[in-house]
Design a protein around this ligand. Structure first.
Ligand code: NAP
Length: 183
């Protein structure tokens, strides 16, 4: 499968490794300085290439949307219509930031919405599914799966059955080949 990674950060890089190991073809995009992706691009070889946010969105049959929440508007603008009709796996938590650059969990936002609901409104033609947001990024390392006494569960949420099936499939692809239970 062709997968676009927006953005290749703590979560995106770990999933990129797992999905490349499972044979998927990737375009990696970075919000910020993409020279930081040189090591992972070298590591993944011909399974991954660098792209802009828009190029990664265009490339993917399924696209990971995993960005710093205060940057969501900018990334949605960069994507344009490239995610229309596609399964979009979003991992985000609603982090607020003050003018003094202090971060906080935006409980006012969480009371009435979620990042997935909000992203679905911003990308009305995409098929949004929320997943991986409850796991700390290191849990997604293939090595963690190899040595774990029990398999981590990967909860996901969507109003659309098709993205749910794609996400369940994508969670069965760590290098170990072990599958977490989809809940
Ligand atoms: N990390 C986790 O364990 C974890 C777990 C669950 C859910 N999540 C959620 O998943 C999403 C992605 O998390 P992540 O940890 O993978 O992201 P991350 O690695 O921190 O990536 C954030 C990206 O945003 C860029 N960026 C641009 N402007 C920025 C600014 N003003 N401040 C900070 N970063 C800026 C960064 O660029 P530079 O690298 O150039 O700074 C970086 O590429 C987030 O919504 C997060 O809440 C994360």
């Amino acid at each position: 499968m062709k997968i676009g990674i927006l953005n290749t950060g703590n979560i995106g890089a770990r999933l990129a490794r797992a999905w490349a190991a499972a044979g998927h073809d990737l375009v990696l995009a970075k919000d910020g300085e993409d020279r930081k992706l040189e090591p992972i691009l070298a590591e993944l070889g011909d399974k991954a290439r660098l792209g802009s946010i828009r190029e990664a969105a265009e490339f993917g049959e399924v696209v990971l949307f995993s960005v710093y929440w205060p940057r969501v508007s900018a990334i949605v603008d960069a994507v344009g219509d490239a995610l229309d009709g596609k399964v979009v796996i979003e991992t985000m938590n609603p982090l607020g930031v003050t003018p003094e650059f202090k971060h906080f969990h935006d409980v006012d936002f969480m009371r009435d919405s979620s990042t997935a609901e909000d992203l679905q409104k911003r990308l009305p033609k995409a098929r949004v599914v929320k997943a991986f947001s409850t796991l700390a990024a290191p849990v997604l390392e293939a090595a963690a799966w190899e040595t774990a006494p029990s398999r981590p569960g990967v909860p996901y949420a969507t109003d659309d059955a098709a993205p749910g099936r794609s996400r369940a499939s994508s969670s069965r692809t760590p290098a170990s080949g072990r599958s977490p239970p989809a809940r």
